[in-house]
Every structure is written in structure tokens, then in C-alpha cells.
Design a protein around this ligand. Structure first.
Ligand code: ZN
Length: 226
């Protein structure tokens, strides 16, 4: 049986979280989010969790070896039998190097499909429109979007005047997108060089349509391999 591995990339505002959920269900595979995993380890309070917690609190990056090991351990769990989606990993070229050599290792053959990179690319203007419509209630935190409700100015719950979050200001969003680009470009370049298929998917359309398109591409590829 083939084991599927999708490596999912997507900028802020690309709908990566939604795609991860849809693809997880479509293929009945596990969703491995390194961000969630780190938070779970911290919450668990075990030895590794404590180390991770103190590293993050000190404003440092968790070492690549620790993240690599966590991902490798996670893929041994039962829900990864059919395969898994990697979300938020690999984040560095070092992690990508480790991942490719790990996939090339004996124990992954012959049941693994060559890992496939899915890169959700969304037009800058679409992301800006999506994010710049966001408004938040300063009292209860409820989020609204003026793209869906152009006349919306106040919160339903206590009538507070809605505000634009600092995170959603245009200059902040642009900087987040630039940071994503700087961080991701070398990782994607490495994976492409390593012969991993990189499919660029425009993320502007309906999420379900995008997920179906990704699913069909992958099924076609798996059929070719089988
Ligand atoms: Zn409110």
C-alpha cells in the first residue's frame, strides 16, 4: 500500500489551515502541524516539553534536531499509516536536508510515495483584501469581516466600535508576507532541487475547489506510480 506524504506550504492568508483539514479528510491521512506539536509537548510538561518551553521563552528557535526527532516520532503513530501532511515543516534548509535523507532511508521503501510539495500561492492583492477587511471587537474579541458585511461598524454583543487589529495593518501584513517569502524560498528551492515535486496551487478560489484540484493531481500521480 502506498503511503502518502504531503509537504504543505502557504503564506499567511493563503488558507493553509483549511486546506490541511480538507486534504486530511480526502486522503484519510494525519495532519502533522509542528506548531501544534510543540504546544502539545509544552502542555504535557514532559522533559522535552520543558526544554522546548524554556527555549521559546528565551526567544530562540527550537533546534532542528529536536524538531526532526519529534516529526519522525509522530509519523510512527497509527493514524499515519496511510500517510501524513507536514504543516510548518521543514522550516529551514537544514530540516529539509534531514527530511530528504530520512525519506531516502531504507525503512521508508517501498511503500512510500515520493513526498509531494504543495505550495499554496495566493496573489498579494487577494491576501490583502482578505486580511484588510478584518475587524475585531476590542471588548469581547469577536472577529467580523467588512468584505462580507460592508455596513458592519459595531459588535453585536455589546455594541462596541470595531477596530483593525495591529496584526492586520497593511504594513504589518506586508512585512509578514515578506518574512514568509525570505524564510520559505530557500527551503522550496532545496526541495525542488532534490527532485521533490512542487505543485504551485493558486489559493484564491473556493477552498473546496482547490482541495479537489490538489486531490485529483495527487491521485493521478499515484496512479502513474502504481
Ligand atoms: Zn464584542
Amino acid at each position: 500500500m502506498l503511503r502518502l506524504c504531503l509537504i504543505l506550504f502557504g503564506s499567511p492568508g493563503s488558507g493553509k489551515g483549511t486546506q490541511a483539514k480538507l486534504l486530511k479528510d480526502a486522503f484519510n491521512i494525519a495532519h502533522i502541524s509542528t506548531g501544534d506539536m510543540l504546544r502539545e509537548r509544552i502542555a504535557a510538561g514532559d522533559e522535552l516539553g520543558k526544554q522546548v518551553d524554556s527555549i521559546i521563552k528565551a526567544g530562540k528557535l527550537v533546534p532542528d534536531e529536536a524538531v526532526n526527532q519529534m516529526v519522525a516520532d509522530r509519523t510512527l503513530q497509527k493514524d499515519c499509516e496511510n500517510g501524513f501532511i507536514l504543516d510548518g515543516y521543514p522550516r529551514t534548509v537544514e530540516q529539509a536536508k534531514w527530511l530528504t535523507s530520512w525519506f531516502a532511508a531504507e525503512k521508508f521503501h517501498p511503500t512510500a510515495v515520493r513526498p509531494k510539495v504543495v505550495h499554496l500561492e495566493v496573489d498579494y492583492n487577494v491576501i490583502m483584501a482578505r486580511i484588510s477587511g478584518r475587524r475585531q471587537c476590542p471588548i469581547c474579541g469577536t472577529l467580523y469581516n467588512t468584505a462580507q458585511e460592508p455596513d458592519r461598524v459595531a459588535c453585536d454583543l455589546e455594541g462596541a466600535k470595531l477596530v483593525i487589529r495591529d496584526d492586520d495593518r497593511e504594513d504589518v501584513v506586508r512585512e509578514r508576507l515578506n518574512a514568509y517569502e525570505r524564510q520559505t524560498a530557500p527551503v522550496l528551492a532545496f526541495l525542488r532541487e532534490a527532485g521533490y515535486m512542487c505543485s504551485e496551487v493558486a489559493g484564491g478560489a473556493d477552498p473546496k475547489v482547490i482541495a479537489r484540484q490538489i486531490e485529483q493531481n495527487i491521485r493521478k500521480e499515484c496512479a502513474n506510480l502504481a
